[in-house]
Design a protein around this ligand. Structure first.
Ligand SMILES: [Zn+2]
Length: 438
């Protein structure tokens, strides 16, 4: 073995993570990939106003990523600290007596393991499952496959292209109906607006599969009671980038000066850019240059507005992770929606259903009161502007103090999706009982 070939051989032995990444992404143009070696995850509690001021200053740095914004004493907060800052940060916590513990010492290990749970794009579509994660191309192939299998029920729809020219595809599921029966109402399910929340598209495809193949008569009745418009990935550019650039990417990929991407869930026109957002294009929470500025936002808005007219749309569901929450508008104001009491009651029943199915504890309530204030989200727009009274958003697994944040192990896809589907069933059944679909 020559020195040169020996070093290549050693490289393959020493860098299993890079090697598995190349396999996971099918080798598609991997030029540079973000790494989180020795990046730590801290969970801390802000003890007083001084702590709040301290961490509000750090929020502006791109060496620290706060899961939610720093707001009030007593708040518990997860922070990702990039490797070169762990000594400084640890010192700071001890100097100011901040109660904390370390959830994770080397985040890259989670990412490496997660990429190994992705089946390659060459995988036959018949092997699509909920024990692995899949890239966008595989998800889209599967949607086409599902439509070919049940052409009388399923239609593949395309909202139009993203910034980078990728179609935003979903399905319409509509069981044949007697001509004489009353026109159906519809449910829209939005998923994957945040690129790194891989469990969201995986859950959306599970929903599609259940609506088509469940043997449970109550699910079959549910499937036939509505038309279902399900879009697993409404931020396709961002999702693709989590495979070939940065697993922790959240935004779209539109260029804005030296940085890229808009947090599409801060870009919708209701009370845009008023709270819990950033005007800095380099921020993870950048709200965009103006309300509804982004092509992906416009695609969803035009599409959903049309559904209200043509499909009798009444229900809007969004899928996110993580924190195990089931929430309803508003997110941008403490003001309560007109049907707050109904949504509170429906949310409580839905989280009870989750607990009965898997034992998982989800918390329910308005977005503003449950997670944190934010503006420009799609749900405030759906409820406030489009008057879609049944509007809910999920933060799927894991728990609020998750050690792996958005990197949910693939073995949790099936139970996560199953409990979320149970909750959707409860939401639709309860809304029907309360007369929302009459
Ligand atoms: Zn999200």
């Amino acid at each position: 073995m020559s020195a040169g070939s020996k070093s290549i051989f050693l490289l393959l032995l020493l860098l299993p993570s890079e090697w598995s990444n190349a396999v996971a992404t099918g080798g598609e143009g991997v030029t540079a990939q973000a790494h989180y070696d020795h990046t730590r995850i801290y969970y801390m509690e802000l003890g007083n106003e001084q702590h709040v001021e301290l961490f509000q200053r750090l929020e502006k740095s791109d060496s620290y990523f706060f899961m939610g914004s720093v707001r009030v004493p007593g708040q518990k907060l997860t922070v990702m600290v990039i490797g070169h800052k762990v000594a400084d940060f640890d010192d700071l916590l001890h100097r100011y007596n901040v109660t904390h513990h370390i959830l994770n010492y080397n985040f890259q290990a989670e990412i490496d393991a997660n990429y190994r749970e992705v089946l390659p794009t060459s995988t036959p579509v018949t092997q699509f499952d909920w024990q692995h994660y899949f890239q966008l191309d595989t998800i889209y192939d599967w949607l086409e496959h599902v439509a070919r299998q049940s052409p009388e029920i399923v239609t593949v729809l395309d909202m139009g292209s993203s910034t980078e020219g990728v179609p935003i595809k979903g399905v319409r599921i509509s069981y044949p109906q007697e001509a004489s029966s009353a026109p159906r109402t519809s449910v829209f399910i939005e998923s994957g607006i945040h690129a790194r929340e891989w469990i969201a598209p995986a859950t959306a495809t599970y929903f599609i599969n259940e609506l088509l193949h469940s043997s449970d008569p109550t699910v079959q009745a549910l499937a036939r009671s509505q038309n279902w418009l399900i879009f697993p990935c409404i931020n396709p550019d961002g999702y693709k980038y989590t495979f070939n650039g940065d697993r922790m990417w959240r935004k779209s990929r539109a260029p804005h000066g030296v940085c890229r991407g808009v947090d599409l869930n801060r870009n919708y026109p209701m009370r845009w850019n008023t709270t819990g957002t950033s005007g800095d294009p380099c921020s993870t929470f950048y709200s965009g240059p103006s309300a509804g500025s982004e092509v992906e936002t416009q695609r969803v808005m035009r599409f959903v507005e049309k559904l209200v007219r043509t499909e009798n749309l009444r229900t809007y569901i969004a899928l996110h992770s993580y924190s195990q929450l089931l929430m309803f508008p508003y997110s941008s104001t403490p003001e309560r929606v007109h049907n707050y009491d109904d949504l509170t009651a429906i949310g409580k029943k839905a989280v009870a259903k989750i607990k009965s199915l898997t034992g998982r504890i989800y918390k329910s309530g308005s977005i503003y009161e449950t997670i944190y204030p934010s503006s420009g989200g799609s749900k405030d727009w759906a409820h406030g502007e489009l008057k879609l009274n049944i509007t809910f958003t999920f933060e799927l697994r894991g728990p609020p103090d998750s050690e792996v944040l958005f990197i949910l192990p693939a073995r949790e896809i099936e139970p996560t999706a199953r409990e979320a589907f149970g909750a959707v069933q409860t939401i639709v059944e309860e809304a029907a009982k309360r007369g929302y679909y009459n």
